[in-house]
Design a protein around this ligand. Structure first.
Ligand SMILES: [Zn+2]
Length: 277
């Protein structure tokens, strides 16, 4: 049972609870599969017109429809119009890619054989996940980027070397998860996907993850693993911040001591409006 792989360089083992019976099926098709469906290339000009994204190569009607569904979902969730964030993007093919991979801020490449063997739902989720990578790459120039925020800031002002937001395999009701080798990048792309699908669990870890995406304050004890709810003893959403919450946060930080990390997230709307297509 293989899991959907979005930008897989190295497989990450998942806890048994995620061991669903869906995925890419019994393996990739024969080498000739891609050639076989080149005869039924669909018309993707509507994607270009509506979203300013180019689908390069031969795309089937079914996959064009999936791309449109995924883009529409993202467009409906984001504060900016889709084109204001993702214009200029190209979706292409590369047979050496394991499912899909984002290259920089303008190109996502897919394995045609693997996406042809994939369910619509899996592929749509993968599209949203890769858009998360694109967004992250388009905001990487910002000082207060998603990347730095996800690492968390200690009381002395230093940033953690690794991502400190809750572990991405514990925060959402979705089974899908990215497989790239950079944990911070995968976390950000998965969090973006979970946010688009409004799939955050309404428990301690899920709510901390949701606050990271929507804005607010998360106090984290880096002595504890990112899978442990006790590692996130205080969370307040941006809408609820005030003097009392600030004082409470200070008390929590003082109790944790040197291992306290503060994740002060401006939220996805900030990152979106600071993206540069
Ligand atoms: Zn990824």
């Amino acid at each position: 049972m293989r899991r959907p792989r979005f930008c897989a360089e190295l497989p990450i083992p998942l806890p048994p609870v995620f061991g669903g019976g869906f995925g890419l099926g019994g393996g990739s098709g024969p080498a000739g599969t891609f050639i076989n469906f080149q005869g039924s290339c669909g018309d993707s000009s509507k994607i270009t017109t509506d979203y300013s994204v180019t689908l390069a190569g031969c795309w089937t009607d079914a996959r064009i429809s999936d791309v449109e569904t995924a883009f529409s979902l993202v467009d409906g969730r984001t504060s900016l119009a889709f084109v204001d964030i993702f214009a200029g993007l190209t979706f292409g093919f590369d047979p050496n890619v394991d499912y899909g991979i984002t290259r920089g801020s303008t190109l996502v490449e897919w394995n045609a054989t693997q996406i042809a063997a994939s369910s619509s739902q899996d592929f749509q989720e993968a599209v949203v996940h890769e858009l998360g990578h694109v967004l992250e790459n388009r905001t990487s120039h910002l000082q207060d980027s998603m990347f730095n925020t996800a690492r968390g800031r200690a009381v002395d002002g230093s940033l953690s070397t690794n991502v400190r937001v809750p572990s991405r395999d514990r925060v959402a009701t979705m089974a899908a998860i990215g497989r790239g080798e950079d944990e911070t990048k995968e976390t950000i792309a998965d969090y973006f996907m979970f946010w688009v699908y409004q799939a955050f669990k309404q428990d301690t870890l899920g709510l901390a993850a949701q606050v990271y995406m929507e804005g607010g304050l998360i106090i984290h004890d880096r002595n504890l693993p990112r899978t442990n709810p006790d590692a996130y003893p205080f969370v307040v959403s941006k809408d609820e911040t005030g003097l009392a919450q600030g004082l409470l946060a200070a008390v929590v930080v003082a109790r944790i001591g040197d291992t306290a990390v503060i994740i002060d997230s401006p939220g996805i709307n900030y990152w979106l409006s600071n993206a540069s297509p």
